[in-house]
Design a protein around this ligand. Sequence first.
Ligand SMILES: Cc1cc2nc3c(=O)[nH]c(=O)nc-3n(C[C@H](O)[C@H](O)[C@H](O)COP(=O)(O)O)c2cc1C
Length: 139
Amino acid sequence: MEYRLIYCSRNRIEGSEQQIAVEIEKILLSSRRNNEQQNITGALLFNGLAFAQVLEGPRSAVEAIYATICEDSRNSHNVLLETGDITKRDFARWSMAYSGPDNDGKLYQHLKLTDCEKDASGVAKRVLDLLKSVVHAHV
Ligand SMILES: Cc1cc2nc3c(=O)[nH]c(=O)nc-3n(C[C@H](O)[C@H](O)[C@H](O)COP(=O)(O)O)c2cc1C
C-alpha cells in the first residue's frame, strides 16, 4: 500500500521574479534527484505567494521528506490538507511535476491559506484535481 500527503505552505523566497525562479529551479532539481532515489512521485503548485504539493510513495519516505520541507526556510506555515493510503499513484511518471505562476499556476490564486485551515479536504481535492489536469495535459 502506498501513501499520499497533500499540504500547502506560504512562500518565503524573496527577491525579483527571476531570483524566485532560480530558487524554484533549485528546489525542483533537489526534489527530482531525491524523490527518484526514494521512490516518491508527485507535483508542486506555486502561485508566487503559496505552495501546494502532492507527495506519493512509501509512507516512511513521504513523511521524512515532508519533515525536511517543513524545516526549509523557503516556506513556512505548512498546513497538512490530506494524508492516507492510496491504491494508485496519480503522478507515477513524475518525480516532481511543477506548475508555476507563468503557466497554470494562476488558476491557483483563489486557493487562499485561510481556506486551507477552514476546509482542508475541499482544498486538497481542488489541488489534486488541478495538478492532475495540468499533468494530463502534458501526456
Ligand atoms: C515548497 C518546497 C517543496 C519541496 N519539495 C521537495 C521534494 O519533493 N523533495 C525533496 O527532496 N526536496 C524538496 N524540497 C527541498 C527540501 O526542503 C530540501 O532542501 C532538500 O530535500 C535538500 O536536499 P539536497 O541537499 O539533496 O538538495 C522542497 C522545498 C520546498 C520549499
